[in-house]
Write a protein that binds this ligand. Structure first.
Ligand code: SAH
Length: 289
């Protein structure tokens, strides 16, 4: 690879950083190896500028990128034209692979000597099945590394002006899957109802009525503030704010597109003063409802 091909081609991203030379990381990269390898890489929640430098470098060096439905188009635009792109993660689509086939595909590609980037939305270790994928790689003896990404909770909270913790309002934050298997609400609701705690529900849109109902039934105040962030950190970010008793109706009256994240806690109230997005030039316009 020539030196110049290491200069970041930030085409279409709206930013032009000064030229930076990306060198191999001497700790995690083995320049003498011709074996294939897999990098499990977090792409962040959507805004391409939230990609880490390491994620960007590995994408430039890849032979093939396997990506999920949550990886934004702007980030895919950073994959060089000569790198093979394989869409493996669109849910409910016939055209995508079940998890075990994805795992096996990673092993096959690496064994054929390729540098594989497995690109996932947010952080691969937070509700991303990243663990399952690298377990298969570990069992198969394939070399791999993991690159963290900004998880949706951090991205959406920052871009919505909602600090997840705050000395006056929340000393802890809990990331919960809202993907409820059935109506039995198999979650430790009692533990969720604590003072000074922020709850973040991933995959919580469908289950939102159950989440609100159960939290109230387990003693949370009906007027506890709730924010639903749709397409957080992208140019289409939308935030709907209400409380436990009103948010379902408010969301019903809106067009909200997936992915969406639900944030519950006193910290949501801070958004009134801390919503900064619309005031920063070049940032996606935020909308409040
Ligand atoms: N590994 C990912 C989460 C995968 S689970 C991460 O760390 O962010 C998928 C869920 O993540 C979605 O249902 C949604 O709840 C949340 N999510 C991901 N990107 C989001 C975005 N840009 N805006 C809102 N929610 C998002």
């Amino acid at each position: 690879m020539s030196e110049d091909s290491n200069v970041a081609p930030w085409k279409g991203v709206g930013v032009t950083p000064s030229p930076v030379r990306y060198r191999k990381n001497p700790i995690t990269d083995n320049p003498n190896s011709s074996e294939g390898e897999v990098a499990l890489v977090g792409a962040g929640p959507g805004d391409p500028e939230l990609l880490t430098l390491k994620a960007w470098r590995l994408i430039q060096e890849a032979d093939v990128v396997l990506y999920d439905r949550l990886v934004s188009q702007e980030i895919l635009a950073l994959v060089p034209d000569d790198v093979m792109k394989v869409h493996v993660g669109k849910q409910r689509s016939k055209h995508t692979l079940p998890q075990d086939q994805i795992n096996n595909r990673l092993v096959e590609l690496a064994r054929s000597g390729r540098k594989v980037v497995r690109l996932k939305g947010g952080d691969p270790f937070i509700f991303g099945r990243g663990g399952e994928e690298i377990e298969t790689l570990a069992d198969a003896g394939v070399r791999f590394q993991v690159v963290p990404g900004i998880t949706a909770a951090s991205g959406c909270a920052s871009y919505a002006g909602i600090p997840l913790t705050h000395r006056d309002h929340a000393q802890s934050v809990r990331f919960v899957t809202g993907h409820l298997k059935n109506d039995t609400c198999d979650l430790p609701w009692k533990d969720f109802v604590q003072n000074n705690q922020t709850l973040v529900f991933y995959m919580g849109l469908v289950g939102l009525p159950i989440i609100c109902r159960e939290l109230i039934a387990h003693g949370m105040a009906e007027d506890m503030p709730v924010a639903l962030v749709s397409k957080g950190t992208t140019s289409e970010q939308k935030v709907v704010v209400g409380d436990l008793s009103t948010i379902v109706e408010k969301v019903d009256g809106e067009t909200v597109s997936p992915p969406t994240l639900v944030i519950i806690g006193q910290v949501v109230g801070l958004r009134q003063r801390l919503d900064w997005l619309a005031s920063v030039p070049g940032q996606p316009a935020d909308s409040e409802n």
